[in-house]
Design a protein around this ligand. Structure first.
Ligand code: ADP
Ligand code: MG
Length: 351
């Protein structure tokens, strides 16, 4: 008898499900058993009842060649980013990150000095976000570097924000500005291609400091969750913007069972990013909607909080919540309405 069980012919490709479809498919039927598990799969972090507070847990994995390219990503920045993007998921629950554990898979291509550099970035981020590195695992890899970070955080029970609490007529707010991280990546890719063609040419990165910083050294939105606390605002729903505004808005809409309408003229794009998008012949709003890696927050608030937030330019009201029956819509600058899709909006194909 073969020790390998014949499982028959299994031919379903991962692409046919997509990332979120695959997670849904694999985790379908999982029912949590412990009364301390308040929220399992499906939000930015899992939520665990610790008695007086909730504990938050989230994992993010970065893979060489998929999430980062070491030909332009300094290892110190990579270490910083690995921590920052995990802290971002705790911010999305309105919590404070406290500890991380760190899993590393390394190929023998890496020197001790290189790994020290990676850890310089990790330590710097831990310092900046007030997080303790409390453990992890180290192993070898046959194909490049993989960094898996698990972050633990906490939040007062009455301050927690899920993706699921948005109410009809709430305002949709985003922090900072969007699209710059994606444009930073375009610059780095362009310079890499030029360097490959002619290695004597030094990369020209002048004047692009802001977009490069947004790509290479993203920050979790701790300053914004602090402001919300000071203003005594608890969002009705919240998510961090890792995949682009439209995809995150659709997550809020699905989890909250509401419709979302976004207004093109409200979407905040930094002016240097705007100029750069034009240089690349890209629509800057497309970069904001579909670019990703900005790590800003997208949240909904009751209208009673409008006065408190409107004075602060770091917060932009980008739309409002409607009944689910109205669907998810994008109102373009010319006033026309389009269905909002994960890639942006339908008119994007022509722009
Ligand atoms: P985020 O972009 O906020 O990091 P993801 O889109 O990666 O969130 O994940 C969505 C949800 O699915 C999260 O609750 C996450 O914990 C869960 N998840 C992702 N991958 C897996 C997996 N392989 N097994 C179980 N749960 C997963
Ligand atoms: Mg997230």
């Amino acid at each position: 008898m073969s020790i390998f069980e014949d499982k028959g012919v299994n031919t379903t490709s991962i692409e046919s499900l997509g990332e979120f479809g695959l997670i849904d498919h694999l985790t379908n039927g999982i029912i949590t058993k412990n009364s301390s598990t308040v929220k399992g799969i499906g939000d930015d972090a899992a939520v665990i009842d610790m008695g007086d507070k909730y504990q938050l847990v989230s994992t993010d994995l970065l893979v060489e060649g998929v999430h980062f390219d070491l030909s332009y990503m300094p290892l110190k920045h990579l270490g910083y980013k690995a921590v920052a993007i995990n802290v971002s998921d705790i911010c999305a629950m309105n919590g404070d990150a406290k500890q991380i554990t760190l899993g590393l898979a390394l190929s023998n291509r890496y020197t001790v000095e290189a790994l020290e550099e990676l850890y310089d970035g990790i330590k710097l981020a831990c310092e900046h976000y007030g997080v303790d590195l409390v453990g992890g695992d180290t192993t070898s890899s046959t194909s490049g570097l993989m960094i898996s970070v698990t972050v633990l955080g906490e939040v007062d029970k009455n301050k927690i924000t899920y993706r699921s609490g948005a109410k009809v007529n709430d305002l949709i707010v985003c922090t900072g500005d969007l699209g710059a991280a994606y444009l930073g990546l375009q610059i780095l890719n362009r310079e890499k291609e030029m360097f490959k063609e002619n290695p004597t040419i030094q990369p020209d990165l002048t004047g692009n400091d802001y977009v490069l910083r947004r790509q290479l050294k993203p920050e979790a939105a701790i300053k914004y969750t602090r402001i919300l606390k000071e203003l005594d605002i608890v969002p009705t729903s919240m998510i961090d913007i890792s995949d682009g505004l439209s995809s995150e808005a659709l997550h809020l809409s699905k989890s909250s069972e509401v419709g979302i309408t976004l207004h093109e003229d409200k979407i905040p794009v930094d002016y240097t990013a705007m100029n750069l998008a034009n240089e690349f012949n890209m629509n800057p709003i497309f970069c904001a909607l579909s670019g990703g890696e900005d790590y800003e927050l997208l949240f909904t608030i009751g209208q009673e909080h409008y006065e408190k937030l409107k004075k602060d330019p770091d917060f932009t009201i980008v739309g409002f919540v409607t009944d689910k029956s109205e669907g998810n819509n994008f109102i373009a600058n010319d006033g026309s309405s389009h269905p909002l899709t994960a890639q942006g909006w339908d008119a994007m194909k022509n722009s």
